[in-house]
Unconditional design. Structure first.
Length: 86
């Protein structure tokens, strides 16, 4: 199954929880792991199913786009992402 409105991205050095805290402070609502494992600290079984190693999985966040997501919001996210991963 492919969902063009949901994507996962791994930070090069930061744990997903650190990324979540930083991006949340900037006003972005993202998540770590899969939606079906929300609230757990376990490594995502979905990422494991894709063959993602544990280290990368611990650095991966899930980003969902809504029907009303605007291009400028995507640009702001990309800028914020680049800033915390610099």
């Amino acid at each position: 199954m492919q969902c063009s409105h949901i994507f996962a991205v791994a930070a090069p050095r930061l744990a997903a929880n650190a990324v979540l805290i930083r991006l949340d402070a900037m006003g972005f609502a993202i998540s770590a792991g899969s939606a079906c494992s929300s609230g757990t600290l376990k490594t995502s079984r979905v990422l494991k199913g894709f063959g993602i190693d544990d280290d990368t999985a611990r650095r991966t966040v899930r980003v969902s786009l809504g029907w009303n997501t605007q291009p400028e919001e995507l640009e702001a996210f990309a800028t914020a992402w680049a800033g915390i991963n610099a």
